[in-house]
Design a protein. Structure first.
Length: 141
């Protein structure tokens, strides 16, 4: 059974382990995740499948908009529609004018997902990911 619900402090370690697995070079530290979970300017939601954490996203309030700070699915569960389920939840359960995010220019799977759900590329951000460019993407209600 799939559930998407808010994350809390007890989820911090599982989020941290997923971060390490998916982003071995650039992951959020446990302490930072706990700070984000407890910060009212952020919303942390997790995707649980059969009592196992398989993904999560972090939104940051920016006026009437949200910025997707993190959107990730466990590698063993990617390309199975879970990202789409999280994105559908995000776009239908929150009140906002626009949702923004940055994505690596070479992350074609993520770009395809976001474009499929109505996001558009606003502009290129030179060297946003070190030597690689990023794209600023936006979804308007």
């Amino acid at each position: 059974m799939m559930i998407i619900k808010p994350g809390n402090n007890t989820d911090g370690l599982l989020l941290f382990l997923l971060e390490q697995e998916n982003y071995p070079q650039h992951y959020y530290k446990y302490r930072n995740l706990i700070q984000i979970i407890n910060n009212p300017n952020y919303l942390v939601y997790k995707l649980v499948l059969d009592n196992n954490l398989v993904g999560y996203f972090i939104l940051m309030h920016s006026g009437d908009d949200f910025e997707i700070i993190k959107f990730t699915v466990k590698k063993t569960h990617q390309q199975q529609g879970w990202g789409g389920k999280m994105l559908t939840y995000l776009l239908t359960h929150f009140s906002f004018n626009s949702v923004f995010l940055e994505v690596n220019e070479h992350n074609f799977a993520a770009q395809k997902l976001y474009l499929q759900y109505g996001f558009r590329i606003v502009r290129t951000i030179p060297q946003y990911y070190g030597n690689e460019n990023g794209y600023l993407m936006c979804y308007d209600k």
